[in-house]
Design a protein around this ligand. Sequence first.
Ligand code: LMR
Length: 331
Amino acid sequence: MKFHWVIAAAVAVAVAPPVSAQQPIVIKFSHVVAVNTPKGKGAEYFKKLAEERTGGKVKVEVYPNSQLFKDGEEMEALQLGSVQMLAPSVSKFGPLGAREFEIFDLPYVFDNFDELHKVTDGPVGKALFKKLESKGITGLAYWDNGFKDMSANKALRKPEDMKGLKMRIQSSKVLESEMRAYGALPQVMAFSEVYQAMQTGVVDGSENPPSNFYTQKMHEVQKYLTLTDHGVIEYAVIVNKKFWDGLPADIRTALEGAMKDATKYANDISKKENDDALAAVKASGKTEIIKLTPEEKAAWKKAVIPVHKENEARVGKDTLETVYKETGFKS
Ligand code: LMR
C-alpha cells in the first residue's frame, strides 16, 4: 500500500510542469469607462508593463466599460476576490463605509491638478488608503480624470438654472448636497445606465469630465454642456488585499513598479485627453458648449460653498483643514 503512494508521488512530481510553463497569475482589472479615456489607457499601459516586467508570469485581463461589473457591484466583487483590481472614482467609497474619500467631491476645492496632487500624494491620500485595509482592500495609486462640467438639455448659465432638474450623480452624499444646494434633484445611478437615462428623460442632466461625456456619447443626448469645472473625478486604483499580500515578493515588487509608471502615464495624459474630448464634443455640433465669465463662475461657486460646512463632519474636520492648507483654498 505504502509503495503505491510513493509511486503516485513520484509520478506527480514527474508530470508537474516546469516553473516556466506554469499557469500565469491572472489579475482581472475591471473598470466602468471606455478604453479611450485616461483611466482606460492607464489600465492598458499597466497591463503592458506588468506582463513585460514579470516575463509573462502575470497576465492582466482588463475589462472596460462595465463589461464585468457595474459600479455599485464592483467593490463587493473585489472584496470577494472575483476580481483582483479596480479603479473606481473615489466618490464611490461611501457605501463601503469609507466616506472620508468624499472630501474630493467637495465643490471648488481644487483649481488645478497641482493642488489635487498635493492631497493625493500627501498625508491625506495615504491616510485614506489606510482606511481601506480593514475592508480587505489595498490602495495602490491615485489616477486623475479631470474637472467636471454640468450638462443638461437646458442651457445652464446661472446656478438657478439647475432648479428642479433631475441630475444623475455617483453614490456620494457630498454630491447629493452639491446638487441640492443648486436646487436640483440628485439621482444616484450606475455609470453604465446614464446614457439611456438621458435619452429617455429619466434624468435631465449630469456632471462629468469631457472624457467621460464624449466617450459615453452623452453629446448625442444632451444639448448643453456648461464649463463649470466645479469638481474633480479622481480614481483610486485598488486591489484585493489578500491576493496582493499573497503574491511572491519579487512579483509584487515588479507590479508596484509597473503601477508607479502607469500612474505617471495616466496622470500625464489626463488633461490632454479631456481637452481633446471637449474639442470632439464641439466638433460633433450636437452639444452647445457654454463658457462662463469669471463673474458667472463665481456665482456657481458661491451657491455651492455651504456644502463644505454641511459635510465637515462627514469628511472629517481635521482632514478638511489639511486639504484647505495644502490647496490654499479660500472660499
Ligand atoms: C461616474 O460614475 O460618473 C464616474 O465615476 C465614472 C468613472 O469611473 O469615471
